[in-house]
Write a protein of this length. Structure first.
Ligand code: FES
Length: 346
């Protein structure tokens, strides 16, 4: 996930100053997830309008482990936070790397990274968290659009390490705008196909998705139109074959503000009323119950909560149809209730 590709998460507020440097260890949040203060060790140009940040503990040391597909929350202060996919080597436990596309008309996160975050600056991070994990499969088809390449990069090395048969179809506006393109094509010339739009036109999905394969896992990350096109072509594919990561919320024209329902917090037995137009997350926060959240638009996965009773009305952009049907988790920032009562593990 690279939130400034299209999806920044978190409230739209001006970027505040960077956190003061010097905290070498984690602080625990009220919800138990740790927040680390790291230092921008390196900031480098990666492609047109794309910079890569290398973050590490100021005094060195090991960072929490992660797996390909994971993202990190960068907390810039004053309510501004964004999620960025980790694009480095999971085997390197001394630093994290994220690549950030500058979006001039975005909500400020990428401009903050490009304009304010200098080498030596302290930045608070939370995570890593993985909503886009690489499942075991004999073969993989990776499809990336633009900055959507970032979570895919470590997946390629992992697929290779597993001895899987894999291919990458990678599109971008121009060759110079496509981060990692040269390196990937050079390393895996037979597996990587680069499709700069000004040379080759739009990504041609039909040849690679026309024939469903029971052995191939499809991973796609990029702008919403690409994800929609891939989703549509994967309908005949086996259930669970397609894995996508959305930067922006899925468009749902048929959803209104919802109806009123009751949420029971199982750990305390408290009952809260959630009126139309109010989210479960807001109701829970107002009641003084700490729930971790970040994007508040159903894309980052931070507010995932176990459902013990009732049927959620899923409005997130994360769960697969299969996971939705299981009805055992929901994302409190957007999802609601199909009936009049939900019981949550809170
Ligand atoms: S806060 Fe991001 S999914 Fe709910």
């Amino acid at each position: 996930m690279n939130s400034n590709a299209a999806s920044p998460a978190g409230p739209a507020s001006p970027a505040g100053p960077a956190s003061p440097a010097g905290e070498a260890h984690g602080e625990a949040t009220a919800t138990g997830e740790s927040v680390l203060t790291l230092t921008v060790m390196r900031k480098e140009h990666l492609a047109d309008a794309v910079v890569r940040l290398t973050l590490a503990r100021p005094g060195g040391g090991t960072l929490p482990a992660w797996t390909p597909g994971a993202h990190l929350d960068l907390l810039f202060g004053e309510g501004l936070e964004r999620q960025y996919s980790l694009c480095g080597d999971p085997g390197d436990t001394s630093s994290y790397q994220v690549a950030v596309l500058r979006v001039d008309d975005g909500r400020g996160g990428s401009r903050y990274v490009h304009d304010e975050l200098a080498e030596g600056t302290a930045v608070r991070v939370r995570g890593p968290r993985n909503n886009f994990a690489l499942v075991p499969a004999p073969a993989y088809l990776f499809i990336a659009g633009g900055i959507g390449i970032t979570p895919i990069v470590p997946m390629l090395a992992e697929a290779d390490r597993r001895g899987a048969d894999w291919h990458l179809l990678y599109g971008g506006r121009t060759r110079s705008s496509m981060a990692f393109a040269g390196r990937l094509a050079q390393r895996w010339p037979g597996r990587v196909r680069l499709c700069p739009q000004d040379e080759d036109g739009m990504l041609d999905l039909d040849p690679v998705l026309r024939s469903p394969s029971p052995h191939t896992a499809v991973y796609c990350c990029g702008p919403a139109p690409l994800l929609d096109a891939v989703e549509q072509r994967c309908r005949p594919w086996p259930q669970g074959a397609l894995h996508i990561e959305r930067f922006t919320p899925r468009v749902r024209e048929d959803e209104g503000s919802g109806t009123t329902f009751v949420v029971e917090l199982a750990r305390s037995g408290r009952e809260l009323t959630v009126p139309a137009g109010r989210s479960v997350l807001e109701a829970v926060e107002e009641a003084g119950v700490e729930v971790l959240s970040s994007c508040r638009e159903g894309t980052c996965g931070t507010c995932e909560t176990t459902v013990l009773g009732g049927e959620p009305e899923h409005r997130d952009s994360l769960l697969t149809p299969h996971e939705r049907a299981a009805a055992d988790v929901m994302f409190l920032c957007v999802s609601r209730c199909r009936g009049d009562r939900l019981v949550l593990d809170l």
